[in-house]
Design a protein around this ligand. Structure first.
Ligand SMILES: [Zn+2]
Length: 340
């Protein structure tokens, strides 16, 4: 719900610092772009013994819980083990939008996957589509209803009564023989039953605010390999981009070659470098999964094609990395930073 478009947020001093940082990153970046650091190779599964980023730790509880908070995970089995092969970094836009054209079919910017929203929320394992009560919800792909019901007796998220009325689809397609699930939470009404086959675009329910939700919205979650709260992937890498839009995904790589969590990231058009178009942090360590095909620790969906810059900021110090978005695909970006 928070669109940072048209909000000038950089002071001249910060711009100067940014230029200095750009020069620095050009030096630092040469090595990082030329060779993927060993730790990152392992993290991304390039090395034979490498493993994908996995969600293994319990999220730290926080004291302030918004009514929309999604509060970490229950105890459960560890995330999938070593990757048998490197991530192929191929697009897999298997999902159409879960909201029809008469509703809001944009992913909400204020609480993206892997973020803590306004800072008071727990790490988000899905994305939101903010819509009024009763807005029809569509099957994002062809498959079968694995579950249609509430979560008053069975935990599907962080705790009982978390997603309220929910539906889980198992897609007909599988990713390298792994099942793929799409979860729809906080519904007001469900119009399919467990076991029903569904076609992409079919109405399966309606937007509501059941479970832990302040206002009506659809929570959409993708789970790969297991129907498990800890096996999520970023839906923005699964949803077909809008026509003429593209995606940027990548890794923020620190001075020791590790992925750097929770760096403040902003994207700006290169020809309007004073205007933040969108902002979000890199993923926190251990709390959400990277995509099995990308191994990213940040992602911005539905960007206009063209030249952009990404600002990575920590403790008032900003690194600027240029990138180009081509429409209709996921554009990969490595962001070297001098932090750990
Ligand atoms: Zn959500």
């Amino acid at each position: 719900m928070l669109d940072l478009d048209e909000q000038p947020r950089r002071s001249p001093l910060n711009l100067i610092l940014g230029l200095v940082a750009l020069a620095l990153v050009a030096v630092l970046g040469a090595a990082a772009f030329d060779r993927t650091p060993p730790a990152v190779r392992a993290r991304l599964g390039f090395a034979p013994e490498g493993t994908l980023p996995t969600a293994v730790a319990d999220p730290t509880p926080v004291g302030v819980v918004s009514a929309d908070a999604e509060t970490g995970g229950p105890a459960g089995p560890p995330a999938p083990g070593p990757s048998p092969s490197p991530p192929p970094r191929e697009d897999h836009y298997w999902l159409i939008r879960p909201i029809g054209p008469t509703g809001n079919d944009w992913v909400d910017y204020s609480y993206p996957y892997g973020s803590r929203g306004d800072g008071t929320l727990h790490v988000h394992r899905g994305v939101e589509f903010v819509n009024g009560d009763g807005t029809p919800v569509l099957a994002t792909a062809t498959g079968r209803v694995l579950y249609s019901g509430d979560d008053s007796a069975q935990v599907f998220g962080a705790h009982l009564n978390y997603y309220g009325q929910l539906i889980i689809l198992e897609l007909d397609r599988r990713l390298d023989d792994q099942p793929v699930y799409v979860l729809y939470g906080h519904l007001s009404e469900r119009t399919v039953a467990s076991g029903d086959p569904v076609e992409a675009g079919q109405i399966i329910g309606h937007v509501g605010k059941t479970g832990v939700a302040l206002g009506p919205h659809l929570h959409l979650e993708v789970r790969v390999g297991r129907n498990d709260f800890r096996a999520t992937a970023n839906p923005e890498l699964w949803l077909e981009p809008y026509p003429g839009k593209g995606i940027v995904a990548g890794v923020v790589v620190g001075s020791h070659g590790d992925l750097v969590p929770e760096v403040d990231l902003e994207v700006r058009r290169a020809d309007r470098p004073n205007l933040a178009v969108r902002a979000r942090p890199s993923y926190p360590d251990h709390e959400v999964q990277a995509d099995p095909y990308w191994g990213e620790n940040f992602c911005f969906g539905d960007l206009d094609p063209g030249r952009w810059i990404l600002l990575a900021t920590r403790s008032g110090y900003t690194i600027t990395t240029p990138f180009t978005v081509e429409a209709g695909r996921t554009n990969w970006l490595t962001v070297p930073v001098p932090w750990r």
